[in-house]
Design a protein around this ligand. Sequence first.
Ligand code: DGJ
Length: 752
Amino acid sequence: MDIYINQAKTRKPEFHLQNKNISYIIGVLPNQHLGSLYFGNKLQNNTSFSHLQQQAHGHVPITPELMADVPGFSLDLARAEYPSFGQGDYRTPAIILKQENGSTLSDFKYVDYQIIDGKPTMEGLPQTYVDTDDEAKTLQVILKDPVINAQLILSYTIFRDFPVITRQAQLINQSTQTLQIQKLASASFDLPSEAAMGYKAFYFSGNWSREMQYVAKKLEHEKISIASNRGTSSAIHQPFIGLQKGIVTEDMGEVYGLSLIYSGNHECSAEIDQYGNVRTSLGINPFNFSWQLKPQQKFQSPEAVMVYSNSGLSGMSHTFHELYRNRLARGKFRNAERPILLNNWEATYFDFNEEQIVEIARKGKELGIELFVLDDGWFGNRNNDHTGLGDWFDNFEKLPSGIKGVADKIVGMGLQFGLWFEPEMVNKDSELYRKHPDWILEVPDRPNSPSRNQHTLDLSRADVCDYIYQCVAGHLESAQISYIKWDMNRPMTEVMSHGLSADHQGELAHRYMLGLYGILEKLTTNFPNVLFESCASGGNRFDGGMLYYMPQAWASDNTDAISRLSIQHGASMIYPISAIGSHVSATPNHQTGRTTDIKTRADVAYFGAFGYELDLNQLSEKEQNEVAEQIAFYKQYRGIIQHGTFHRLLAPYEGNAAAWMCVNADQTIAVVAHYRIKLRPNYGFERLKLKGLDPNRDYIIESTAALSHQTALGDELMQSGLLFDHHLFHDALYTSEIGDYKSRIVVLKAEQ
Ligand code: DGJ
């Protein structure tokens, strides 16, 4: 890994960030702005790459020419690294600064740079990190707008071991006027036209209960914007945008994956201009955002992570998995095997008493569960979703032993105990609201729109953040709690704070996130032995920001195994398997009404931080035995599933099946799952090509499904595939392998 500075002594240096896989090259344009020169496969360094910049050698009709002495130079044609609007670049700007004279034009010119070993830490925001300084180098380019008198520092980190550049921008107001930041992107860069091949944009959209749906779309001369203005990163649009150059498959082709480490309003856009260049930009959503930057104040953007892959989507995912699992997630659970949990939500909803809870947990313990999680309904007057949020004190009527007593009982059985909180919210019918009606987000003289009967607490206020911290910390200090599910169940509306003056209201959505991150930083620092799982009605805030504090996230409220195929498949494009909370629940499924075997449900849920979410006492003896076997299976292989290399074999949206597999680091053990969605009678043989095996090793094949072979070489399994038996009209007729929604698990073990 290195950062080369070409023409270092001039006013127009070039910066070439290079590691064994990638090169990222930027240079200084004739007008002293930064320009994008190259991002892709590693290039050898050259004395200059300025010829890669696009510049006409004469007048181009209807393009503004900025510099009389450089004919043909126009920002309309240039590939910019951090563009602004107003001097001839009409595409998406990275920065919009409103000055006291009303102008929004800014003109940041290159001044200087510095190179830092490692990766400097940002205060108060989630971010990737290094353990030792030799893992990365950081370039900070310093730009200045001399008219405004403001400094812009663009940070670029290149990692030694990952084909990744992380970026971040910081603005410092050195003037005597207040600047209004209307946009400060985390990253923006322009790739050149790929006229013959074109670009596809891809992203993950969805909704409650169908999160993370993969979408890929050919980009024409247009702009697409993947954004949230809901106050959370949201299930509607994941804070991510990707580009595929030409033909891309799971294992082939050039892919750029751009992920924003942020949990609030975001915008990630891709735009093809009139010359076929593509500009991507990602950061805090500028819609309704404005930040007053007083003289001498600084503002920092969240971090953007830019992954390059020349081996298709799988190459991109492997990089994200490694990086996010090892250098974004933190703390003692980062690389730990996650406990198998049993959550009571779908078992009881609000309707439970202490005895029932203890009985559910007892059955879990009997079948091998390690952690029991008490979900919503344990506190205050919380017997339905109309009341009680905010009142984080014991409800002795419901749980006579209180949380401490219940925790003692559960721990006494040999289980760990976990507790649900939704600390950012309040019901109007609560003691908290009656005491502090001004603690919610609301617009004076306007009705406040409830969602799930609740309102959002104003986390831009220090007193609210202190209250939340005290409530959660109080329970963690007094009871034996090993796990917290941190929920958040509504989008924001009426986003106004009683604590901010009119000119600061545009800061509120971001200040909220800073408040939340502050609470989470303090809790995770002070309680390092507690495992935190984030949740927002399922996957409404499943993002890199949350992952920094909480190493796993409840991926969806939809626990139906078949729906989960596309949700978890999509999530696996960015997030490691250890981060994807997935549970076996009852059938008919509560979200879809679909009935699937308990085997299929477990076979899908295995590919995540695994657990159960039903009353195990209600299962037949046969099913309970199966559950015990499933738990034993997962305990044996979870290290490989959660922390091995994950491969997508078949995509559920491309055909009638999905398949995934995980392989351990030395390629001696693999767990393969194949899910057939609909049975097609007498349709033919199913052959599944595997990935990631050692081509030269013989593998013993253990399978829950009938297979034609018991051992095979890795290369055969990867090139020719596993051949599943064709059952129809044979012995298997009327057996459990016949029907819709069936799954198979295959374990491969290398022969010694
Ligand atoms: C929404 C979550 O996604 C569910 O898992 C559950 O915790 C409920 N909230 C409880 O209200």
